[in-house]
Design a binder for this molecule. Structure first.
Ligand SMILES: Cc1cc2nc3c(=O)[nH]c(=O)nc-3n(C[C@H](O)[C@H](O)[C@H](O)COP(=O)(O)OP(=O)(O)OC[C@H]3O[C@@H](n4cnc5c(N)ncnc54)[C@H](O)[C@@H]3O)c2cc1C
Length: 296
């Protein structure tokens, strides 16, 4: 985190990137840039990062966020145990936005019509990602919650038997939180390893913590269908069921949220960054946003 601050606060805030408002963009498109807009999670990762750098470079920048608060999915990344310091990056970006005159407007869902009306010179879309929900899951089933709903405390689950589907980072971190809230948690995944993409040391700590919390990991098990109180699954070619759960939390990964981008087909000045371009992690989102903001 400290390194991230250095990158955000020191390196990029250096005078070398400063460009006055109205100047030709460095390596840009041969046009005079007068105004930018980032539609984002005003959330950290991509949108705010691009915004404050462009603000620093002298452009007039507005960030729109449909949720009432800034932070995007990275706010949720900061909820699990030992990850609270992730939230500091959001605060740092917001501070830089304030310092460089970026207008951050929350609670506004951006539409094509709004963009046409406002007539921005450049539009940066960092609209993030949405959870992947396989067809065999009926989200209208009342005891099925997304990991995002659990991590944002939109759905509160206490002292229940909970089944988490998917043992990627989001699945196991959600399981961790649920177990800390007194739930009896089982996590199912078709892979042999939980959180396979997590870096080695944090993964080791995470696995030890899952064990201490007595979270049950049922790996090498493919979910076939979801029932009112459990699932049917297949393990080594043998079918079986897990039953008796109060609540089911699918965490099958994310896919790009391209709803707004799709509606803007034909707009010449649209740039996609972060999860909206390809679902990944915050590091990738920040990198793409930084690169774009320095190029424009
Ligand atoms: C539980 C969890 C844990 C994670 N842990 C980590 C981690 O440890 N390390 C890591 O690097 N990454 C982690 N990630 C991934 C990381 O959070 C994302 O990769 C990153 O937030 C992507 O940033 P983004 O700006 O592209 O999109 P997002 O953060 O998804 O932000 C998109 C924003 O756009 C807004 N939006 C969408 N459509 C509109 C619209 N029409 N108008 C206005 N606003 C709109 C949304 O409300 C949202 O705030 C985690 C993710 C989750 C869910």
């Amino acid at each position: 985190m400290i390194d991230a601050y250095r990158a955000l606060g020191t390196e990029l805030a250096g005078d070398k990137i400063a460009v006055k408002h109205g100047e030709k963009a460095k390596g840009g498109f041969g046009m005079i840039i007068t105004e930018y807009m980032c539609v984002s999670e005003e959330g950290l990762a991509a949108g705010l990062q691009a915004a404050w750098i462009l603000g620093k470079r002298g452009h007039k920048v507005t960030v729109y966020e449909k949720e009432p608060v800034a932070g995007g999915q990275y706010r949720l990344a900061a909820v699990p145990t030992n990850k609270q310091d992730h939230a500091q990056i959001i605060s740092a970006c917001l501070e830089f936005c304030k310092k460089y005159g970026v207008e951050v407007r929350c609670g506004i869902q951006v539409t094509k019509e709004r963009l046409e009306k406002e007539g921005f010179d450049e539009i940066i879309l960092s609209t993030g990602s949405v959870p992947v929900i396989p067809r065999f899951i009926d989200m209208s089933q009342e005891n099925i919650y997304t990991a995002q709903e659990v991590l944002s405390f939109e759905k509160m689950v206490h002292e229940k038997r909970v089944l988490v589907l998917g043992a990627g980072l989001v699945g196991v971190e959600t399981a961790e939180l649920l177990a800390e809230y007194g739930n009896d948690v089982t996590v199912v995944d078709m892979l042999y390893k939980a959180a396979p993409l997590a870096p080695k040391r944090p993964r080791q700590n995470l696995m030890e913590h899952l064990k201490a919390l007595e979270i049950k990991l049922q790996l090498n098990s493919k979910v076939l269908s979801v029932n009112p109180d459990g699932i049917d699954l297949e393990c080594d070619g043998v079918s079986s069921s897990l039953k008796g759960f109060d609540c089911i939390v699918p965490a099958f990964g994310s896919r790009s949220n391209t709803a707004l981008a799709d509606s803007l087909m034909g707009f010449p000045n649209v740039h996609l960054v972060g999860d909206a371009r390809k679902a990944g992690d915050a590091k990738k989102a920040i990198y793409e946003a930084t690169q774009l903001a320095l190029e424009l």
